[in-house]
Ligand binder design. Sequence first.
Ligand code: KIV
Length: 262
Amino acid sequence: MNIHSFSKFKHNNQKISMVTCYDYWSAEILNTSDVDCILVGDSLAVVMHGFDSTVHATTEMMELHVAAVARGAKDKFIIADMPFLSCSKGIEVAMDTVHRLMAAGANAVKIEGDTHQIDIIRHIVDAGVPVMGHLGLTPQSIHNLGGHKVQAKDEAKSAQLVESARALEEAGCFAVVLECIPTKLGSCVSLRLNIPTIGIGAGPHTDGQVLVLQDLLGTNPNFTPKFLRRYADSHGVIKNAVNRFHGDVVEQEYPSLAESYK
Ligand code: KIV
């Protein structure tokens, strides 16, 4: 997959799959998988570092994780999130952040937010860097949104979101993530745009779907949003394996002589 594949997929009615990835070992696994592209999401602040929101992701964190993923997933198209406020501190900070993420191995950046980011998006695209937009529930604005809620539920807000999506396309975005919006709106935006939409909690009609890798693997049994489908019980698998190791050590069944050096 390269930057041109996104519009080809859309025009061939071929759905795009994207998963998040934050580290080398899972990147190596994803590199051998069929998934179309990888997002080094700022959700790593929550999933990998235990913070309560993505507001805590910094450029240093993003850069470190992008570099690890790029070393592991050499054949995949990698999109990196621009961290909280990096686009609101002026063009120099924004371009410095873009530079650091691309130098770390990203193929594109993702920017959360509405039309107030348009000028900066145009500038980044003009500089030769592909930009993915992100509308609907934008977790960097969690304090403004008042929590993780479905967005754009009324007509006015829906119309505004459609306009924002069109503005992102016009500014040069190659795709746009739609997070936690009604199914009908996910469908409507996808029909109105020439660039692909990639949904998370946006229904089945978007041009692609994205999930956080750990969520689809089921590492956290307490995280149960409506949109999430679990494809594995990693929490159970990991806990069971570690408990078996513990049991073998306590019972002196590990290591055996065959697992020891002469
Ligand atoms: O940071 C992230 O993981 C994301 C996805 C949920 C789209 O932005």
